[in-house]
Design a protein around this ligand. Structure first.
Ligand code: SAM
Length: 282
């Protein structure tokens, strides 16, 4: 039986699909703390019920975290052990909890992880794309302009990139990936990991976009996109040239913008007049 330390905040990872992935220690900690802070108390109550655990639940989500974190830290100071969980996976990874953890640590409370599932790491572990160095980018902006801008800024990144995306936006997002990174960039779309309809689709971004477009099943469920980093200096220059060109062209003629962007970035001037990247450019 895991010893529960008084005044400790346990940050507990929970399954991302398969309930059997809740670790024995996670079960013991959840059963032993004074209360569990949960993103959605109804959702967590169902998880706990599946394991016969009955502990008080406190709501902690993005809308009330600022308000309740202080009170929770007071409970820790009085000696209560608390657990923090999110709806699925590891709390704080595109999930609430950052403020609570920060405040707890600031007051000297012990904050201890109970590691377990995380969709980003699960996807990376099966992608077969270099994983020695990677960037977790979480969710892209929902609005297309901001999303394209973010992708342009990431197009030269040499480390593997990991994104979360919702099923209803994956089609338009993939189209933006193709424009920013080039159709030929290698990627893996990991869907419904650890669940019944798990699929791991590895191909070029262009081919993945086409498959997702053609097969509505690929636009269902929960998704992680892993994209290989930029390995080609010329492609990196071109991506940066396009990013700079897009900014400059708002203030000057396209020909001037292309000339200046080419000078600043080393990208070929002729390639900067817009239009999606092609395979040969990626
Ligand atoms: N904290 C969670 C974690 O550790 O993975 C992530 C929470 S975030 C709000 C939810 C997103 O994670 C989903 O939109 C999806 O992109 C990804 N995700 C969660 N479960 C998944 C699964 N079983 N398969 C693929 N992606 C998943």
């Amino acid at each position: 039986m895991a010893a529960i330390e008084a005044g400790t905040l346990y940050v507990v990872a929970t399954p991302i699909g398969n309930l059997a992935d809740l670790s024995p220690r996670a079960r013991e900690v959840l059963a032993g703390v004074a209360a569990i802070c949960a993103e959605d108390t109804r959702h967590t109550r169902q998880l706990l019920a599946a394991f016969g655990i009955d502990r008080p639940l406190l709501a902690l989500h993005e809308h009330n975290e600022g308000e309740v974190a202080g009170k929770l830290v007071q409970r820790l100071a009085k000696g209560d052990a608390l657990a923090l969980v999110s709806d699925a996976g590891t709390p704080l990874v595109s999930d609430p909890g950052y403020r609570l953890v920060r405040e707890a640590r600031a007051t000297g409370a012990k904050v201890s992880p109970v590691p377990g599932p995380c969709a980003a790491i699960a996807a990376l572990s099966v992608a077969g794309i270099p994983s020695d160095r990677f960037c977790f980018e979480g969710f892209l902006p929902a609005k297309s302009g901001a999303r394209r801008e973010r992708l342009q800024a990431l197009a030269r990144e040499s480390r593997t990139l990991v994104f979360y995306e919702s099923a209803h936006r994956i089609g338009e997002s993939l189209a933006d990936f193709v424009v920013a990174f080039g159709a030929g960039r290698e990627a893996v779309l990991a869907r419904e990991l650890s669940k019944l309809f798990e699929t791991v689709l590895g191909d070029t971004l262009g081919a993945i976009a086409a498959k997702v477009d053609a097969d509505e099943n690929q636009r269902k469920g929960e998704l992680v996109l892993v994209v290989r980093g930029c390995e080609d200096d010329a492609a990196a220059d071109l991506a940066e040239g396009r990013r700079v060109y897009a900014k400059l062209v708002e203030h000057m003629k396209p020909s001037q913008a292309a000339k200046l962007a080419a000078e600043l970035t080393g990208a070929p001037r002729k390639a900067l007049y817009g239009g999606p990247a092609t395979d040969s450019e990626s």
